[in-house]
Design a protein around this ligand. Structure first.
Ligand SMILES: C[S@@+](CC[C@H](N)C(=O)[O-])C[C@H]1O[C@@H](n2cnc3c(N)ncnc32)[C@H](O)[C@@H]1O
Length: 418
């Protein structure tokens, strides 16, 4: 069945807004759908897919749009829609548009220049090629164009992985244990989970396997004092609280009241009572000082470029700029430096990002070690053995979509010398 002609106009309108890059694409889409309640589920699906498709293929579409006629934004929207549903499904095309689309859709994209094919801004193309080599950069960009799997973390305070898997199967939702994270399940299709009793009761949370592994390597145990320094909406806080078996004290710091507010309902569902959310003004807030030298484990899940999450957020590569990354680097080092003060002798500090850029990862870890003689690196291979996670790593944890089917993550673990 042909899609209504108005769909092209809607896609154009969302696209115009998304390409301003003033807000994340998913929030622009949600707002548009809230304002246009008459759009049906299929139409929403087609628009959303086209917008994400466009963000993944922006360089190619921009080049293709140099031919054709009419408004540029319409040509871009048509390419995204044609890639998503096929030209024949589109209602409202003019003869000229059909002719142009048919012609450009026949171009073999494998023969386009590399920089176009990988669909990266030039600065990122150069950086990733330098860092990963051409083959590595190609493997990464290919993997970021694949949809991310839907991973769940079983809340071990409330349920066990096998039992949850069996209950999901009755729904019927098929799920497999995640390859590396001990409490993870990978759901094979993408059903809606919000209304499942398992979700409502807090037995499961949606969380990428990589994110679960970051919480795991903190190694939090019963009765400990733990700080999640950049807790946000608490994805990792909840995993840490469960690892502590709901004992001890877990502080969830963040500078964003809005994000901490999102943690509240998740906390209520989780059944955890050992979590203490604390709004801080900045990383050197006086509230932090009184905990100096008292904390067993500190996780710094630092604000970062998010370039490891391109599968879910393809707009990030177009929104990020090298200047913003340089500013982030200063912030990351400052947060890590302040968080380190909390760690007691023998305690563990974990620095993590969802980026794949060396300057946000290894460079920050190395700079930290060079300026903090009281800390030593805990090689990640040892931490993984301690946590019984079968993953080959060297000094650091480096997860990537092409190798591990997770988002791109980095983590370094340090120990304060005794
Ligand atoms: C990568 S996100 C955290 C995600 C979260 N840990 C999770 O698992 O869902 C980084 C967080 O750092 C917070 N942040 C930014 N600057 C900060 C600072 N100076 N001190 C503490 N948190 C900060 C941001 O508000 C954001 O929530």
């Amino acid at each position: 069945m042909r899609l209504p002609p108005a769909l092209i106009g809607h896609t154009e309108e969302v696209l115009r807004e998304v390409l301003r890059f003033t807000a994340p694409a998913d929030s622009t889409l949600s707002r548009y759908f809230r304002d246009h309640t008459r759009l049906g589920a299929r139409e929403r699906g087609v628009i959303a897919e086209s917008i994400y498709g466009l963000l993944r293929n922006k360089a190619v579409y921009t080049s293709f749009s140099e031919s054709g006629s009419g408004a540029l934004i319409r040509r871009m929207a048509l390419l995204a829609l044609a890639d998503g549903v096929g030209i024949d499904a589109l209602g409202g095309l003019t003869e000229l548009e059909t002719e142009w689309l048919t012609r450009v859709m026949e171009i073999d994209r494998n023969h386009l220049p590399l920089e176009l094919r990988v669909n990266l801004p030039t600065w990122l193309f150069q950086k990733l090629t330098e860092q990963l080599g051409e083959e590595g950069m190609l493997a990464f960009t290919k993997a970021t164009n694949e949809p991310a799997p839907l991973d769940l973390r079983v809340n071990t305070i409330k349920a066990e992985r096998d039992a949850v898997r069996a209950e999901l199967a009755l729904a019927p939702i098929q799920a497999e244990p995640t390859p590396f994270a001990p409490d993870g399940l990978r759901v094979l299709k993408k059903p809606s989970l919000q209304n499942l009793p398992l979700f409502k009761s807090g037995a499961i949370e949606v969380q990428d396997e990589g994110s679960q592994l970051l919480a795991q390597i903190v190694g939090a145990k019963r009765g400990e004092m733990v700080v999640d320094f950049c807790a946000g909406a608490g994805g990792k806080t909840l995993a840490l609280g469960a690892a502590m078996r709901n004992t001890g004290r877990l502080y969830a710091f963040d500078i964003s009241e809005k994000r901490l507010a999102k943690l509240k309902p998740r906390l209520a569902r989780s059944g955890l009572s050992n979590v203490h959310p604390v709004l801080i003004a900045h990383e050197r807030d006086a509230k932090i000082k009184r905990l100096a030298g008292k904390i067993d484990r500190v996780l710094v899940d630092a604000p970062c470029s998010g370039l490891g999450t391109l599968r879910r957020n393809p707009d990030v590569k177009w929104r990020q700029l090298p200047t913003a990354i340089a500013e982030l680097n200063v912030k990351q080092a400052a947060i890590l430096d302040s968080a380190a003060r909390l760690v007691k002798p023998g305690g563990r500090l974990v620095y993590a990002t969802c980026s794949i850029l060396k300057e946000e990862n290894e460079a920050i870890a190395e700079q930290f070690l060079a300026t903090h003689a009281e800390f030593e690196l805990l090689p990640m291979r040892d931490v993984l053995v301690e946590q019984k996670i079968v993953l080959e790593m060297d000094s650091y944890l480096k997860l990537s979509p092409e190798q591990h089917q997770t988002d791109g993550f980095f983590a370094a673990a340090f120990q304060r010398k005794k």
